[in-house]
Design a protein around this ligand. Structure first.
Ligand code: BDR
Ligand code: CA
Length: 323
């Protein structure tokens, strides 16, 4: 079983990824850590506690960074995820009879970065960090304890846009939202000496849960299905408005699926950097291994990381629906 920490800014697709993860026997969830992103840190932490409560998770939920390492915080994405971050489904009172009580849990007293450091040190070589929000908590954990880079099993993150399949940015022509939310943190995370696999828009926009698929989840998925259908409606309306897409991108679930089903992905290896500032702020760039390049220390001193460039979309969708 993969021991995992789920670092998240819930977030509709974050919630959908967490539900998938916690229904799979391949995973042993150690903690949920939160980070500003889709909404402010108070809202996303409330959401993580509410989800943990609803999903009966007996793991710590730790509040993380409220702002990027080196910049002012952005405005979040209430137009994408709803004002409450969970598609504006009611978090109190009955919705379907399944969504009853507000969370009564409290967050872990430790900051997210500390929970990450302590769990990685407690299980050397065993913990996979699944990061589906801005990378601030991971950068802070590295800053406090750089040795954890050599102690994790790996980092699987949803973020970036490499343009390999024509998929460019979703918050600028070149930048993806999680990365542009904290480019300095992202650059530290992808250049650290730990094995990173990046699931960017190149693959996540290739896995579309269309309206019929979501309806089937709702009809056949029991209480989970009812929840997933309800939470995804606002997100679907955003995709319809902004992309003419009658469905949603699976985004964060791909970072989970990659850990347990790596055969569904084609990976390209090579050092990755993140542009920090200027017109290409937040752009993710990879120098593929084996591509001749003059000796540019900015690239070649950094470890090769894995970037997903293709996905078996049907395979990923089937796995999610079956779960
Ligand atoms: C990413 O940004 C967030 O809005 C989603 O939750 C996902 O993690 C997609 O760019
Ligand atoms: Ca997210």
């Amino acid at each position: 079983r993969h021991k995992v920490i789920f670092d998240t800014d819930p977030g509709v697709d974050d919630a959908m990824a967490l539900r998938f993860l916690t229904r799979r026997p391949e995973f042993d969830l150690l903690a949920v850590t939160t980070v500003f992103g889709n909404l402010d840190i108070g809202t996303v932490t409330r959401n993580a506690l509410w989800l943990a409560d609803r999903m009966d998770l007996s793991v710590p939920v730790a509040r993380g960074a409220a702002a990027p390492l080196a910049r002012a915080r952005g405005h979040g994405a209430p137009h994408v995820h709803g004002a409450n971050g969970l598609g504006d489904i009611p978090l109190t009172g009955p919705l379907t009879g399944l969504l009853a009580d507000p969370s009564v849990r409290a967050a872990d007293p430790r900051p997210a970065w500390q929970v990450i450091v302590e769990l990685v040190r407690a299980h050397p070589g065993e913990v996979t960090l699944i990061a589906v929000g801005p990378l601030t908590n991971l950068a802070l954990a590295l800053a406090h304890d750089p040795e954890i880079a050599g102690l994790v099993a790996g980092v699987s993150l949803m973020g970036g846009a490499f343009g390999t399949r024509g998929h460019r940015g979703n918050v600028s022509p070149v930048a993806e939202a999680n990365i542009l939310s904290d480019p300095e943190a992202a650059d530290r995370v992808v250049t650290a000496p730990w094995p990173v696999t990046m699931l960017g828009l190149d693959v996540t926009q290739h896995v579309v849960m269309d309206a019929a698929y979501l309806d089937r989840l709702g009809a056949a998925g029991g209480a989970d299905g009812v929840f997933l259908r309800a939470v995804s409606r606002f997100y679907q309306a955003f995709h319809e408005r902004s992309r003419g897409l009658a469905g949603i991108f699976a985004h964060d679930s791909l970072a989970v699926i990659q850990v347990m089903a790596p055969h569904l992905f084609t990976l390209r290896r090579g050092p990755v950097r993140v542009a920090c500032g200027g017109i290409a702020d937040g752009q993710t760039i990879q120098k593929p291994d084996g591509v001749p390049c003059p000796p540019l220390p900015a690239w070649d001193v950094h470890p090769a990381q894995a970037v997903a460039v293709d996905v078996d979309a049907a395979g990923a969708l089937t796995l999610y629906a079956e779960t």
